[in-house]
Design a protein around this ligand. Structure first.
Ligand code: ATP
Ligand code: MG
Length: 429
């Protein structure tokens, strides 16, 4: 079933408010298994709203509009619908009573302009208001339906969940379409977008040839890695989910340890979870990131259970005196490892991270900007001095100072994640 969204409001066109309702409705429609092929934005103008509604109703099975139901003169969605369908607006006394009693409860007289919100196009069904003043409206147009919802997001969400989504599902079921869509995002780190695409190329092609269900897509938003979204459609939620899970298993196999988490999970959360599972605590020693790793970690609620603390060791003397970094270059693998081991000792943690490098824009110790060493150390068991050693990586990170520091932070956390994962795997072997 094709459902499209029309957002009404001149302030949306002018960029004064962001059209978050359309984004929200788009996600909801997908989750409900509806095909959303168009979205529009139109200003507060009777003729233009009518024109957009007419076009939307011609090509879709239902239209969900938001905004322009308020009491002010510029709010004219109701009038536009009445004009388009050539039906009168009738003041609904029951709706007016509800609006009036809302004002009474608030101890304020109802402004005369609010009475307009009780105007209902003939033949429309009222979606009762539970939060604001304007009710929603469902207007049948032949076999199709036009839903008018208020602009304020909380009111929109409430009416969508209470009245519109269930009715759209019913309509889809009546047409023999009970599709449900499920999707999941696999978050990756360590592979470039082209390397990812290469690994998935055959699978991608096979899915396309089989009709595109399930489907995979790459998303490169944000700094924390490249995302692979898997979407599956089924007759029921259970069917969509089992298709999705089977595909997820295949994709995970192709990507291996590059996948660090799913959906909204951050790498710091994943590291925290692994530490809790293994019963280890983490201490960090940071040079170029200057506390950014610690800051990422304490963003995770409950981090005190597994994060002991950090040392910002910026000056070479601090690296040597406090952390036991040996004489020699401080932008080096040895220095990063010594920092990670020093963090364990100094901060009483079983595992440690060390980061040293050149954030830029100038070179340091003859290394170009973006030269970074990250190291993970441990686990150090009680009474042990060296534990199971550590892993270190040399990175050549792109971008300016801030980006280099962020990429270094994520890379260090990823190194630890892989180390914790592989140690468990090797112990199982
Ligand atoms: P009201 O009764 O509050 O006037 P309304 O149905 O007339 O509601 P609008 O006047 O169009 O709706 O918008 C009211 C408020 O709702 C806006 O100021 C804005 O905060 C929010 N809003 C409207 N449309 C959107 C949208 N598409 N995305 C996000 N927020 C929106
Ligand atoms: Mg308004």
């Amino acid at each position: 079933m094709r459902v499209e969204v029309v957002a009404v409001g001149t302030e949306l066109l002018l960029g004064q408010i962001l059209n978050t309702n359309a984004a929200w409705l788009g996600a909801e429609l997908a989750a409900a298994g509806m095909d959303a092929e168009y979205q529009s934005v139109v200003g507060d103008n009777v003729e233009r709203i009518a024109l957009v509604f007419r076009g939307a109703l011609a090509r879709s099975d239902a239209v969900v509009a938001c905004g322009g139901l308020g009491p002010t003169q510029d709010d004219c969605t109701r009038e536009a619908v009445a004009a388009m369908l050539n039906i009168p607006l009738k003041r609904d006394e029951a709706v007016l009573d509800v609006i009036r009693s809302r004002f009474q409860r608030a101890g304020r007289p109802m402004p005369e302009s609010n009475a307009r919100q009780a105007d209902v196009p003939e033949g429309a069904r009222v979606i009762p208001q539970t939060m604001g003043t304007a009710p929603g409206l469902c207007i049948p147009v032949g076999e199709k339906a036009l839903y008018l919802l208020p602009g304020p997001p909380a009111e929109l969400h409430d009416m969508w969940e209470r009245a519109v989504a269930p009715e759209l599902r019913q309509r889809a079921a009546a047409r023999g379409e009970t599709a449900s869509i499920s999707s999941r995002v696999l978050r990756t780190w360590g592979l470039s977008e082209s390397a990812l695409a290469e690994r998935l190329a055959d699978r991608f092609r096979a899915l396309e040839e089989a009709g595109g269900n399930p489907s995979i897509a790459f998303l490169a938003s944000g700094i924390e890695g490249i995302k692979v979204r898997i979407t599956a459609k089924g007759a029921t939620e259970g069917e969509a989910l089992s298709l999705l899970e089977a595909e997820e298993a295949r994709v995970r196999e192709l990507l291996g340890p590059a996948v660090f988490g799913v959906d909204g999970e951050t790498i710091a959360e994943v590291v925290g979870r692994l530490l809790v599972e293994r019963g280890f605590r983490l201490g960090v020693a940071e040079s170029l990131t200057g506390g950014m790793v610690a800051s990422y970690l304490v963003n995770v609620p409950g981090a005190s259970a597994w994060f002991t603390g950090g040392v910002v060791a910026y000056d070479a003397r601090v690296k040597r005196d406090l952390l036991g970094v040996p004489d020699g270059p401080v932008v080096s693998e040895d220095a990063a490892l010594a920092m990670a081991a020093g963090a364990c000792r100094l901060l009483g943690s079983e595992v440690g991270l060390g980061l040293t490098g050149v954030a830029g824009p100038d070179a340091g110790e003859g290394n170009p900007p973006g030269t970074v060493y990250v190291a993970a150390w441990g686990p150090l068991h009680e009474g042990q001095e060296s534990g199971e050693g550590g892993d270190a990586r040399l990175l050549h990170l792109p971008g300016g100072r801030q980006q280099v520091r962020e990429l270094a932070t994520i890379s260090a956390l990823d190194l630890l994640r892989r180390r914790l994962d592989s140690q468990v795997a090797s112990r199982r072997r």
